[in-house]
Design a protein around this ligand. Structure first.
Ligand code: PLP
Length: 399
């Protein structure tokens, strides 16, 4: 007799949960009345000059494979961009690998480096892929919690307490999805010192690094992004991940990259060449255009997110919903504990009663419980309606 198919799934896969975001969004599917502050996706289409570059690529018949590492022209553009934006130099011939989104780069980094039982420290609440990527590569995911009281700053002392002789890697994401936290430079320096002291490899996912904010309505300027890879002694132990989905609004182009010392790039490339071969050439050509001529559009979108962020913070303030001002990404992570509901019940009832979707904080790890994630990459008019509805909902909870 044949075994049930369920019993044939690899243990490594069977043990990882489905994404909590996906479960929640199945409830929203097919409902036109819902305003979604749920999905972490820009409401802008990719800028027109970038779309044109992809169209021209097709018109010219550029439909072939590329080098496994990615087009040399794109790797040169990435190298220039990262030198300018993150202040660290990578050799386009040997230290840059173009991938299918940061998602693939994350998977490659874990698979290239982890042996069974190696521990990886990551901070929660965090992007839903981190722990599964570690587990699928046979690593052991060690969560270090960040807290709403600290505005979700990752404390170096908490990282130090989680390090064991089996720790091989540290996985960082600033600005952070889902909290919008930006790590203070002094804390990042202490974390870099720990990585050097304990000889750890650092994976730093900097996909939101262009999107940083301050109270710009009151004359503040956003703090420029600081990459841990640029700190002394760090480039040689760091894999820097970045991509085009967020700041360039190119989610559907599915393009990202990993910058790392040659030996690590070579190891990731081995997996990439057998599993993916290369990233799509049309996307790569569009990405060259994004990096060479895209700054003004990125800034236009960032300014628009900054306005939406300020509106959200003002309205949450008026509703009495505590929310620390996020320094980056396009998420706010308000504290809903005073309403006496779990984050899941809060999100479910908000959806049922007011047709507004936010994501329960618990979808991003236990440390996210007590908060919900509201993505403000949603058009201003919709955001205004959603905020009014959230206001009605919380005043009913309080009455
Ligand atoms: N990393 C973080 C922190 C994210 O929030 C996301 C998407 O939401 C990704 C990676 C995935 O990016 P990509 O579209 O480049 O695969």
């Amino acid at each position: 007799m044949s075994k049930p198919l369920q019993d044939r799934i690899a243990r490594q896969v069977a043990q990882i949960p489905r994404s909590g975001i996906r479960d929640f969004f199945e409830l929203v599917q097919g409902r036109d009345d819902v305003i979604s502050l749920g999905v972490g996706e820009p409401d802008f289409a990719a800028p027109w000059h970038i779309r044109e570059a992809a169209i021209y690529a097709l018109e010219r018949g550029q439909t072939s494979y590329t080098s496994n590492l990615g087009l040399m022209s794109l790797r040169r553009s990435i190298s220039k961009y990262i030198a300018r934006h993150c202040e660290v130099a990578y050799d386009p011939a040997r230290e840059i690998l173009v991938t299918v989104g940061v998602s693939e780069a994350l998977d490659l980094a874990c698979r290239a480096l982890l042996d069974p039982g190696d521990e990886v420290i990551y901070h929660t609440p965090c992007y839903v892929s981190y722990s599964p990527s570690i587990v699928m590569a046979y690593g052991v995911a060690i969560a270090v919690e960040t807290r709403v009281e600290d505005e979700f700053v990752l404390k170096a002392e908490d990282v130090a307490a989680a390090i064991t002789p089996r720790t091989k890697m540290l996985m960082l994401n600033f600005p952070t999805n889902p909290t919008g936290a930006v790590e203070p430079v002094e804390e990042l320096e202490k974390i870099a010192a720990l990585a050097i002291e304990h000889d750890l490899i650092v994976i730093t996912d900097e996909i939101y690094s262009e999107l940083t904010y301050a109270d710009e309505d009151h004359g503040q300027t956003p703090r420029p992004h600081v990459s841990i890879a640029s700190m002394p002694g760090m480039k040689e132990r760091t894999i820097l991940l970045h991509g085009f989905s967020k700041a360039h609004a190119m989610t559907g182009f599915r393009l990202g990259y990993a910058c790392a010392p040659q030996v690590l790039t070579e190891a990731m490339m081995k997996i990439h060449q057998y599993s993916m071969l290369c990233a799509p050439i049309m996307s790569q050509l569009a990405a060259v255009e994004a990096l060479e001529n895209g700054d003004a559009e990125v800034e236009r979108m960032r300014k628009s997110y900054a306005q939406r962020r300020n509106l959200l913070l003002k309205k949450f303030g008026e509703m009495g919903m505590p929310c620390f001002p996020p320094g980056g990404a396009f998420y706010a992570f308000p504290d809903i504990r005073k309403f006496g509901l779990s984050s899941k019940d809060f999100a479910l009832r908000l959806l049922e009663e007011e047709s507004v979707a936010v994501v329960p904080g618990s979808a991003f790890g236990e440390a996210g419980e007590g908060c919900v994630r509201a993505c403000y990459a949603t058009a201003m008019d919709k955001l205004e309606i959603a905020l009014e509805k959230i206001g009605n909902f919380v005043s009913r909870l309080e009455s």
